[in-house]
Ligand binder design. Sequence first.
Ligand code: GDP
Length: 264
Amino acid sequence: TLPILIHTYLYRKAVAKELPTLLLLGPSGAGKSALLTLFANGTASATHTSQEPQTATCQIPVSTRASEDRYRSENDTSARTQPKFRLIDTPGHGKLRHHATSTLTSAPALKGLLFMVDSAAVSSASGLTEAAEYLHDILLLLQRRHTQGQTSKTPQAIPVLVLANKQDVFTSLPASIVKTKLEEEIAKVRQTRSKGLLDSGIGMEGEGADEEGNWLGEFGAEQFRFAQMQEHGVEVDVVGGNVKGEGEEGGRVDGWWEWVGENL
Ligand code: GDP
């Protein structure tokens, strides 16, 4: 039995190391640190600005059904273990974004991305542009990863949840409007970026070779829709909520937990 025990031990150890991972991204001030604290501890206590990625081990609350529970019988009384996952919070400041992109390409067992926006900040032109540029670049990375995966060992599809945070704030836009605003703005970013590429001659080697590889979503389309990403193996959902809230009510994060439960 000793070899079996050793085998079991090594297997358990390997599994423990490879907790499914979710990556948390977004402009600074969106509420990422607050969410990390809430997901890890159950309360959104004071946050500080961090210069390094922060990692927390989180567990889905009992109130959220995990995807593996979906086929459980109502009469199944065996103890359910709520799945655990690793959440990596990356600094949103422009100069520090290489952390986000390197984690994106190197994190093992990456299951999804949480892209957080401040739903009040995206009602201003500059706030919207900042969020849309960042999201555009992240989605393009995922699209490229998918394209490259078709020739090598296919990396699994990586879904994206856009968290329209701060819904408790009076000036916040509802999640459905956050979604369309981001889509419209990403269309502009895409146009600008492709023009920049044409002007600079980048990607023009051999009959405009990589023009298509640098274009997000449906090639040549005037409008951008998140649904266009499905063809590139990227499912995008936009769900509203708030990490913090007035009085006893506190935050409203059920919709986000639900997405996490379904995608782990
Ligand atoms: P990060 O830069 O994305 O990590 O953002 P932080 O987590 O540091 O949050 C930025 C500020 O927004 C902090 O003062 C938070 O308390 C505040 N904040 C975060 N989430 C919410 C929310 O849902 N509602 C409100 N009103 N404030 C929030």
